[in-house]
Ligand binder design. Structure first.
Ligand code: 5CA
Length: 438
């Protein structure tokens, strides 16, 4: 992409409404624009990151055996009356009536709808286990939307729903999602710690929140520092195998959100030096809720003995749009964002330090073409800004690799390669650059 033809409305000043660094940087880096309280337009740079995050979530859900579909954002109120949640959900629910005065709502979550889809088609235990998911916008009329995408009103969620014949099978589905979440967040360069959590309006009695430690996080957390160095399963993990050793390893080290914190256990189990009481950002939450929805909505299957019984369910959410902010909270410095390579909007930024100089322009064009031909996401700053402004922009928007091309270096056949994450620079031969970055 040529920056001269992109749409990147960088802000020079810090927007006053931004209270936390991720909100500030998303606005300054031209990633996001507020259209209403808690409702955002995703500008091109932000949209590229959102899509990269979404794709990692999708890949790990698919690897764990979940099957993608897409449910609508609008749902019939009557569907929620079946489960009894229509009134229970409270003011966070956006209630809508259409031209025929039919009562609808903008879905805050989809347990009822996925249960309706399931019960319409699945009648036998032989079709289980089943895990269906989608990546869809949600609406929750938060009292106080704040911190940008961290607590929005319209936000993007991956929500998966598992269906099993009994609790034992449902716990296996839960464990598959637990492991998939460990992998998902690690691939984004995050340390997200699974912590025992409250179940709240979703229900059930087993839930883990996946928390990224960050001072600005809304969740208070207590954990044993050792949990930060546990190994994340690699891509050879066998989702059809026994995952309990992994779950046991990750749940035997103390880690709990403040609403389920057990001070006595914490004090007795966690050595003083290992105690970590801090804050964190909840980037995902998983629930086992048994027959909560299948009872009320009559989602039954015939068991091996032929008798009908309600399925055992679980739901598994990831805050896809919240993750954009969470990653910035975890990966930034005074100059701006530092994108982990897997989610960066572009992998390489080419900075032409003397726009208009024939040799420099030619070298940049050549590099741009060759890198693009190798499928590398490149942003070529071909604007007529002076070099200092180009450095500042590249640092602000957090592109992992900067290729600095100027007449002095070119005279020796060299360019300067800068790594955004640690600021390290090295002079390399122009001819080597593509091989280094492709
Ligand atoms: N207001 C919000 N703004 C941005 N992200 C949010 C918001 N509310 C929740 N999320 C994200 O969505 C994830 C899942 O939301 S949840 O309420 O915990 N879980 C569910 O809704 C279940 N139905 C999972 S399928 C959360 O972990 C959080 O990362």
């Amino acid at each position: 992409m040529r920056l001269s033809r992109f749409f990147l409305p960088i802000l020079k000043e810090n927007p006053k409404e931004a209270e936390i660094v991720s909100h500030r940087l998303m606005l300054r880096a031209g990633m996001l624009r507020q259209e209403a309280a808690g409702i955002y337009a995703w500008l091109p740079l932000g949209h590229r990151v959102l899509k990269k995050i979404e794709q990692i979530v999708r890949e790990e859900q698919n690897r764990a055996g979940a099957i993608e579909l897409l449910m609508p954002t609008l749902q019939l109120a009557d569907l929620w009356r079946e489960s009894g949640r229509y009134d229970a959900y409270g003011p966070e629910m956006l209630r809508i009536s259409d031209r025929h005065k039919r009562e609808l709502l903008y879905g805050p979550t989809n347990e009822e709808m996925i249960t309706e889809i399931f019960r319409a088609y699945v009648k036998s235990y032989k079709s289980l286990p089943l895990n269906l998911y989608h990546i869809q916008w949600k609406f929750r009329d938060e009292q106080r939307p704040r911190f940008g995408v961290m607590r929005g009103r319209e936000f993007l969620m991956k929500d998966a729903y598992s269906f099993d014949v009994d609790e034992a099978a449902a716990r296996k589905s839960y464990n598959r999602m637990f492991v998939a979440y460990l992998r998902t967040f690690a691939r984004m360069g995050l340390k997200a710690i699974p912590m025992r959590a409250e179940t709240g309006p979703i229900g059930g009695d087993l839930s883990h929140e996946f928390i990224v430690l960050a001072e600005t996080g809304e969740s208070g957390v207590y954990c044993d520092r050792d949990v930060l160095s546990l190994p994340v399963p690699d891509e050879t993990v066998d989702y059809d195998g026994d995952l309990t050793p992994i779950i046991k390893q990750w749940t035997s080290v103390y880690a709990a959100t403040e609403d389920v914190h057990d001070a006595v256990r914490y004090e007795s189990e966690v050595p003083e030096a290992n105690r970590l009481h801090t804050r964190g950002i909840e980037v995902g939450q998983i629930f086992y809720f048994g027959t909560k929805y299948s009872d009320s909505m009559k989602a039954n299957v015939a068991g091996p003995d032929g008798t009908d019984a309600p399925i055992h369910g679980g739901s598994y959410g990831v805050g896809v749009s919240r993750l954009v902010g969470a990653i910035i909270e975890a990966c930034h410095d005074d100059n701006g964002i530092i994108w982990p390579e897997e989610v960066a909007p572009f992998r390489v930024a080419i900075l032409n330090l003397k726009q208009g100089d024939a040799a420099t322009d030619a070298a940049c064009e050549q590099l741009y073409k060759e890198l693009a031909a190798k499928g590398v996401d490149v942003l070529y700053d071909d604007t007529d800004q002076r070099a200092g402004a180009k450095f500042a922009t590249a640092d602000l928007i957090g592109i992992p690799w900067q290729v600095l091309v100027g007449p002095k270096g070119l005279a020796d056949g060299k360019i300067e390669l800068k790594r955004r994450s640690d600021g390290s620079r090295e002079n390399i031969a122009l001819a080597e650059t593509v091989a280094r970055l492709a």
